[in-house]
Design a binder for this molecule. Structure first.
Ligand SMILES: Cc1cc2nc3c(=O)[nH]c(=O)nc-3n(C[C@H](O)[C@H](O)[C@H](O)COP(=O)(O)O)c2cc1C
Length: 370
């Protein structure tokens, strides 16, 4: 790998974006592990995150962890964020990451219609979605009632309050990839005619209520990150916004509700988002909102993560384009997924210029990662 050591140092400048301060720009992307039997994160989970913190990751975003709603999770091995024992497990994770000098926020999640029906801690509960539609737009269940929507908003807020109480450094709301919050944002899955549906701005109502309820639960100084994506699981060309004007309409209600940082999920961080400009998704979101952004997608690797799920390897790739765009101020933070999954020491190796020691990503290693 040919990245110059001078440019790499821009990744290791401190970040101060009120209310979050970090020792460097490297963020561990949220990655579901399903290694928490009965929803309780144990010592293995604490050790897994501690190893990344010890090796110099600036901020860890945990795997998605589910709110207190019967249809939030379709997998009993996904850690939850409401049972007393699960929260005790998370408190231990926080303690170990902090002892290693790191910072950590949980990714708060409701799986919506992407939950595996009949699976998870409450298999009898029907999966939840705004209009009872799956991501293909097919009717598969009943729309959520307004009462139930409001109980889900409260469950998000409770998770935010618990995150603060047990010592996390903020929260990330999973508003991306076709899960529940995103299903309200996306026209294909939100066909409601009440106050939670309608045009683009009206479709932001649920997300904005979640953000506002979380903000009220944690106060002004506790960081709230919102993860957003144009693409949806299995629908990689989907778009919430087809131009910057639409993107602006979508983002402003979320800013007003209290988002501090946007985590802009793409599969390849360098791809321009709209015609006629070189700006990427994270670049546009930063420009339109004035808020710090996190970029993500194939950092340090030569193949995107969907290719990874399809069983393809990814080799290492230089990082000059990444550091150029970081130095131009297109984004503030850089999330790294698979490279940190296969190699807990990835950040330390990058900082020290040990590029020839970086590990390629192989899907075969998924089951053995620690
Ligand atoms: C095994 C695996 C699990 C993932 N789980 C989540 C998740 O729980 N929440 C989420 O928002 N994204 C999830 N993602 C997406 C990653 O956060 C990240 O956006 C994606 O892997 C692209 O980054 P990369 O190219 O550096 O791997 C997952 C990705 C992988 C590979």
């Amino acid at each position: 790998m040919s990245t110059s050591r001078t440019s790499i140092q821009s990744l290791f400048q401190p970040f101060q974006g009120a209310p979050l301060s970090l020792s460097n720009r490297i963020v561990m992307a949220p990655m579901t592990r399903s290694h928490s039997p009965n929803g309780i994160p144990g010592d293995n989970v604490a050790g897994y995150y501690r190893r990344r913190a010890e090796n110099g990751v600036g901020l860890i975003v945990t795997e998605g962890t589910t709110i207190n709603h019967p249809a939030a999770s379709g997998d009993t091995n996904i850690p939850n964020f409401h049972d007393e024992k699960a929260l005790e497990g998370w408190a231990q994770v926080v303690k170990e990451v902090h002892e290693a000098g790191g910072k950590i926020i949980p990714q708060i999640w409701h799986q919506g219609i992407l939950r595996s029906e009949g699976q998870g801690p409450h298999p009898q509960a029907p999966s939840a979605s705004p209009s009872g539609l799956n991501l293909a737009g097919e009717k598969v269940s009943e729309p959520l009632s307004v009462d139930e929507i409001q109980s889900i908003v409260k469950a998000f807020a409770q998770a935010a309050a618990d995150a603060k109480r047990i010592g996390f450094d903020g929260i990330e709301l999973h508003g991306a990839h076709g899960y529940l919050i995103d299903e309200f944002l996306w026209e294909q899955t939100n066909q409601r005619t009440d106050e939670y549906g309608g045009d683009l701005v009206k479709r932001t109502r649920f997300a904005a209520e979640v953000v506002r309820a979380c903000r009220e639960a944690v106060g002004p100084d506790f960081p709230i990150v919102f993860r957003i994506s144009q693409w949806k699981t299995s629908f990689y060309d989907a778009k919430l916004a087809t131009d910057s004007e639409q993107l602006n309409q979508l983002l402003q209600p979320l800013v007003e509700a209290g988002v501090d940082i946007f985590h802009c999920s793409t599969r390849r961080f360098w791809v321009p988002e709209f015609e006629g400009s070189d700006l990427t998704f994270a670049g546009w979101v930063k420009k339109l909102t004035g808020k710090p952004t996190i970029t993500v997608g194939s950092v340090g690797l030569d193949n995107d993560f969907i290719n990874g799920f399809m069983g393809n390897d990814a080799g290492t790739k230089d990082m000059d384009e990444l550091t150029d765009r970081l130095e131009q101020g297109q984004f503030d933070l850089v999330a790294v997924g698979r490279a940190l999954l296969v190699d807990p020491a990835w950040a330390a190796k990058i900082r020290e210029g040990r590029f020839d020691e970086l590990l390629p990503f192989t899907p075969a290693s998924f089951g053995t990662l620690s």
